[in-house]
Every structure is written in structure tokens, then in C-alpha cells.
Design a protein around this ligand. Structure first.
Ligand SMILES: [Zn+2]
Length: 551
């Protein structure tokens, strides 16, 4: 046995045959540890063979302070250059991933720990400018220990410089993505790494502003297990996803396909199932409708998008400390065209319901929704929301984190979007927690769904002084399709299979999809500013005598 053919995994210590390790993109077959890749290795695995063109950044100052510690900085730079055959820690290439154009900037940790000096900042800015010039998405693969001390404040300022290069891509509506690899710290984390629209990380990759050693030494705090790892960051709303190296090309392909404005038109063959006249709806006791709306077998948001059959890339996190399980969202392929889908998420079993907080969002859920709405606006992709919640989460934590403001911000941002917005109340439309996702150009309601200012039980307890009066309260509140359509609260009703959506979930999902497709088909022709104006005008006169005239 030739020992040079084998290497030992730094994670689990197992011996791995070197060729096999390389074939697995340097992921340990035993423990799954993702070993570092050089920039060249990364590009080779990411881009279609032969598709890459190097982008050359402008020359930068190399030793602005004439810095010398134990060694002159210039010596350290020379060593790094000869070791890596790179001019700086970032390599920029324009190429294709599975046929789709993209500009990629990849950091190489071997080059002075991926630290950010003027040349690295210049490379990131050059990558952003290349993306702008060719109107292509930008992908940045990060690996960095932080600032380059030897360049002093020249290094520090790269954070502001690169962040503003990212802002220019936001203004141009171009998708930006980061792949966080281990480790990504300091100035890189606190600038372009975390400003991307979509932030993915490799399993186990650590990211943060201050590293664990600094934190422990400064505030003498014991850090929890797994602190700052990708899995920890995902749970705390700071990432969209953790993607194993082998799955990355597929995820990128989906993102590149969905993260661009929709093409010319939807399939004209889809016929609109929506009922627009209350006379065409069958009247039933409201209490029965309330029961059906809460039926646990009704398709959830994730059921709907799965039944629609197109691709869906879930995006997670509010970027501020939490990922609410009761709101889900992401880019979805709806009949061949991209939309931003956002919805409440319940479950079918007690276990699922508990995991999803019974579909009652925390402020982080609404902040995630706002983030995704803004992203849809930036990418010029329509927004589709599916509403099914008993209400926003009532609780100490929710209050402490600003539930009221989080809902209010949804109402404002949704109304301000200049892309088409279609909302469907698919189950329970409970109060402000439901309305927060319902400021739409077209508000639809499933036949057995309800929409109410308060739960019938809550209303009965307060006004009737008895929860048993819930059926009377439900009827008086007018929560059912017939009343809501008659009053012009909803624009139309999506029929359900006989007996309710839970009797034939796939058929119910198809009806919802067709209704959304037809609503969007009509709205897509309209200019963004006109859409926003019409949405606001409709709200302006709501509940006044001018309402009917204005619409
Ligand atoms: Zn291992």
C-alpha cells in the first residue's frame, strides 16, 4: 500500500483513498466533512467545462503602510503568491452553470487566510461590475479569516466598498448569491457575504463577525455546541439553506432559472375556475364552513407547491436571529414561470402542527415574508401568497420581538410592491396575522375557507360572554365565501372538490394553481406603478360609499 495514495480525514480520522476523496469533491465519505477547496478546484467543480473567462481586476496598492511585523508584509505576499499562483485571495470568472450564465468570485483560504485587503476588495467590485455589464447573476464563494491587518484602514474600508458594489446589483435587479464555506469571519462576513439575496452554506461551515476565541476572551462567555456552524445559522434565520457540495450544482441551476424575470406569457390553455358571483355559490351553515376550513387534511402551502409539480427553492430566515416555521417561502416555478411563493404552514398531524407552531407566525415569520417580498420586487417576479392561519402567535416572545410592527410592515411593503400580487386564503384567514399576507391585486378565497377579524370562539366569548355561541358569532361576522364575495372583500372564490379540499387534495391544489395562473396572466401585462396605484386606490375607499365607484 502506497501511503501517499491515502489521506486521513481531519473530521473523523478515517483513511480515505485520495482519488475517491477527489471524486467526492473532497467530502469525507464517512463523516461528511467538507474539506477546503482551492479557488481553482472550486471553479472546476462549479462551472461547465470550458465555459469560464477570467475577469482581471484593476491593479491595487500592495503595501500601503510599508508594514512590517516579524516579517515584511511584502514577503508574506510573495510567499502567498508563489504558493497559490494567485495575485490575491479572490479569483473572478464569468462562465456558465449547467448552461446558465453567472459571474463567480471565489475566495482561496490558502492566500493569507482569505483576509481582505485592497486587492481582494477590488476583485469583488470587479466581479459585481462584470455582472452588471453582462446583466448576469453573481455568486460569491467565501472563505476568510477577516481583515488584512497589514493594510490597516485600507483593509477596513473594503467592507464599505464591496457592500456598495452589492447595492448596485440590487438597484439593477440582478440576483446575488453567497456560498459560505469554512470559515467565513470578520469583514467579509460583515459585508458582501451576508448581503446576497440568497445565502447558502456548506455543511459545518462557520460564519460570524467575531470568532469564538475572540468572544470567549472578550466577554468570557461559554459558547453553545455548534455555535456559528451552518446548521446553527440556519436555525437562527441567518441562512437560506445548508447545501452539501454534491447537491450544489442542482440548487444553483434552480436558483439561476427562477431568479430572473418571467418570460413572455403563461400557458393560455389554463381555464379560470374562479367563481365571481355569490349567486353561483351554494349556501351552507357558516359553522359547517368553519369546520371545513380547519380540517387537518386540507393541503398546506408546502403541499400545494409540491402538487404544482414545478421546482421550488425554499428560502429561509429573517436575517435577524430566527426562522419561523409557521411561514414558508421561496422561488417557485408556476407553470413554467418564476414566482415568489409565501404562505402560512400548518401540518396534518399533531407532531407537524407543533413543529409549525400551529401555523401561527412569530415576528420572524413576517420579517421573512417582507424579505422575500422585497426580493421579488427586486427580481421583478410576481408574489403569490397562500393564507391559512388561526392568527399571529400570541405570546410573550412574539410581543417582545415586535409582533405588531412585523405585521404592520408586511401590510405596507406588500402594498408598495410594483410586481403583481395574488393572494389565496386557502383555509383559516385569521385576523391581522392573515391580512399581513393578503394585501393583493387579487384576493381569492377557497370555497370552504374563512376570513375573519377574530376567531368565532373569541368573538363569542367577548360579546356573547360564552364560547358556545361560536356558530352565531361566525354567522354574524360574515366569515364565509358567500358573505365575503357579496361584500366585495374577496374578488373571487376558488371551487373545491366535493366535500372539501381534504377529500381530494391534489384536485384542490390544481384548482388553486389554475386560479393563480389566470389572475397573474391578467395582471402581468400591467405596468408596476399602475399595479401599485390600483392596489392603493382599492384600499383608499374601502368601507366608504365611494368604494364601488372607485374600483
Ligand atoms: Zn471524516
Amino acid at each position: 500500500m502506497d501511503l501517499s495514495d491515502w489521506l486521513s480525514c481531519a473530521g473523523c480520522g478515517m483513511l480515505v483513498y485520495r482519488k475517491r476523496f477527489d471524486r467526492l469533491s473532497r467530502v469525507c465519505p464517512d463523516c461528511g466533512r467538507h474539506a477546503q477547496l482551492t479557488a481553482e478546484q472550486r471553479l472546476g467543480r462549479l462551472l461547465d467545462a470550458g465555459s469560464g473567462t477570467r475577469v482581471e481586476p484593476a491593479p491595487s496598492v500592495h503595501d500601503p503602510l510599508g508594514f512590517e511585523d516579524l516579517l515584511p508584509y511584502t514577503d508574506r505576499l510573495d510567499t502567498a503568491r508563489s504558493r497559490t499562483e494567485m495575485d490575491c485571495a479572490v479569483r473572478v470568472v464569468r462562465g456558465t452553470v449547467r448552461g446558465r450564465g453567472v459571474v463567480v468570485a471565489v475566495m482561496d483560504f490558502r492566500f493569507l487566510g482569505g483576509s481582505m485587503g485592497a486587492a481582494e476588495g477590488e476583485a469583488i467590485v470587479a466581479a459585481a461590475e462584470e455582472a452588471l455589464k453582462h446583466r448576469l447573476p453573481l455568486l460569491i464563494v467565501t472563505a476568510s479569516g477577516g481583515a488584512r491587518m497589514q493594510e490597516g484602514v485600507f483593509s477596513l474600508l473594503q467592507m464599505a466598498r464591496t457592500s456598495n458594489a452589492m447595492a448596485a446589483l440590487d438597484e439593477a435587479g440582478l440576483l446575488t448569491m453567497t456560498l459560505v464555506t469554512d470559515p467565513t469571519y470578520g469583514g467579509v462576513a460583515a459585508s458582501y457575504a451576508t448581503l446576497s439575496d440568497v445565502i447558502l452554506a456548506e455543511p459545518g461551515a462557520r460564519m460570524g463577525f467575531a470568532g469564538p476565541r475572540v468572544i470567549e476572551q472578550t466577554i468570557r462567555q461559554q459558547l453553545p455546541e455548534g455555535f456559528q456552524t451552518a446548521e446553527f445559522l440556519l436555525e437562527h434565520g441567518l441562512l437560506d439553506g445548508v447545501v452539501p457540495r454534491g447537491e450544489l450544482p442542482q440548487v444553483l441551476q434552480s436558483l439561476l432559472a427562477l431568479g430572473s424575470p418571467p418570460g413572455p406569457a403563461w400557458d393560455p390553455a389554463v381555464t379560470d375556475p374562479v367563481i365571481r358571483y355569490p349567486e353561483l355559490l351554494s349556501e351552507r351553515p357558516v359553522a359547517q364552513v368553519v369546520g371545513l376550513a380547519r380540517e387537518l387534511g386540507r393541503p398546506t402551502t408546502l403541499d400545494h407547491v409540491a402538487a404544482w409539480g414545478g421546482e421550488f427553492v425554499e428560502l429561509r430566515g429573517d436575517r435577524a436571529g430566527a426562522d419561523c416555521p409557521a411561514v414558508v417561502g421561496g422561488l417557485a416555478d408556476l407553470d413554467g414561470l418564476p414566482v415568489m411563493l409565501i404562505g402560512h404552514q400548518k401540518g396534518h398531524t399533531t407532531q407537524e402542527l407543533v413543529r409549525r407552531d400551529f401555523g401561527m407566525p412569530s415576528p420572524a415569520g413576517y420579517r421573512k415574508a417582507v424579505r422575500l417580498m422585497r426580493l421579488a420586487g427586486k427580481l421583478r417576479v410576481p408574489v403569490v401568497t397562500l393564507i391559512d392561519t388561526p392568527g399571529a402567535h400570541p405570546g410573550l416572545e412574539a410581543e417582545r420581538h415586535g409582533q405588531a410592527h412585523a405585521i404592520a410592515d408586511c401590510l405596507r411593503v406588500m402594498g408598495s410592491l410594483d410586481v403583481p400580487v395574488v393572494s389565496v386564503i386557502t383555509g383559516e384567514g385569521g385576523s391581522g396575522g392573515a391580512l399581513a399576507l393578503a394585501v393583493a391585486d387579487r384576493l381569492l378565497l377557497c370555497e370552504n375557507a374563512i376570513f375573519s377579524v377574530i376567531s368565532p370562539e373569541g368573538c363569542a366569548a367577548i360579546l356573547w360572554r360564552s364560547g358556545e355561541a361560536a356558530p352565531e358569532a361566525a354567522a354574524a361576522l360574515g366569515v364565509d365565501a358567500v358573505t365575503l364575495l357579496s361584500n366585495g372583500i374577496v374578488d373571487g372564490v376558488v371551487p373545491e372538490p366535493a366535500g372539501g379540499a381534504h377529500q381530494a387534495p391534489a384536485a384542490a391544489s390544481k384548482l388553486v394553481r389554475d386560479a393563480v395562473v389566470c389572475a397573474l396572466r391578467e395582471l402581468r401585462e400591467q405596468d408596476g406603478a399602475a399595479l401599485r396605484e390600483a392596489r392603493r386606490r382599492r384600499l383608499r375607499w374601502f368601507g366608504t360609499y365611494r368604494e364601488k365607484v372607485a374600483i
